[in-house]
Design a protein around this ligand. Structure first.
Ligand code: RTP
Ligand code: MG
Length: 143
């Protein structure tokens, strides 16, 4: 299995609920390492650019409004199969359909405010890592 890196975002609803640490524990317990992290309040432009693939969708304006409504925590997770493993930990987009024990089942209220984002492919992970950490770079673990 390949060591991959993926983007995780703890969205404004979960930051407001004060569960950053609980979500980080799930990553760590699954063997994923945090190799970059920052809290930021996304600008309209940064949020629109991040979700540009959805710009024609009816929910786009609400999605951008939500993602700019408060601070988010953005991190790069590294580990075996990190992209799929993170998506598994997150659960389905709609928390009502998410498996028990997943982050969205436990911390999200609705499909619009669903606690976390995770890159959906290795290709998009690379694009999203560059989008958020292109200038700072990552902190590879040496031990
Ligand atoms: P994300 O990108 O945030 O990790 O979520 P995802 O891959 O599970 O879902 P995606 O299809 O990429 O959609 C991005 C976000 O848009 C909102 N959404 N609303 N009302 C709807 O039908 C609908 N569909 C998607 C969700 O908040 C989703 O996280
Ligand atoms: Mg997505």
């Amino acid at each position: 299995m390949a060591i991959e890196q993926t983007i995780s975002i703890i969205k404004p609803d979960a930051v407001a609920k004060n569960v950053i640490g609980q979500i980080y524990s799930r990553f760590e317990n699954a063997g994923l390492k945090i190799v970059a992290a920052k809290m930021l309040h996304l600008s309209q432009e940064k949020a629109e650019g991040f979700y540009a693939v959805h710009k024609e969708r009816p929910f786009f304006a609400d999605l951008v409004a939500f993602m700019t409504s408060g601070p988010v925590m953005v991190q790069v997770l590294e580990g075996e199969n990190a992209v799929a493993k993170n998506r598994e930990l997150m659960g389905a987009t709609n928390p009502k359909q998410a498996d028990a024990g997943t982050i969205r089942a436990d911390f999200a209220e609705s499909i619009d405010e669903n606690a976390v984002h995770g890159s959906d492919s290795l290709e998009n992970a690379k694009i999203e890592i560059a989008y958020f950490f292109g200038e700072e770079g990552l902190c590879p673990r040496t031990r």
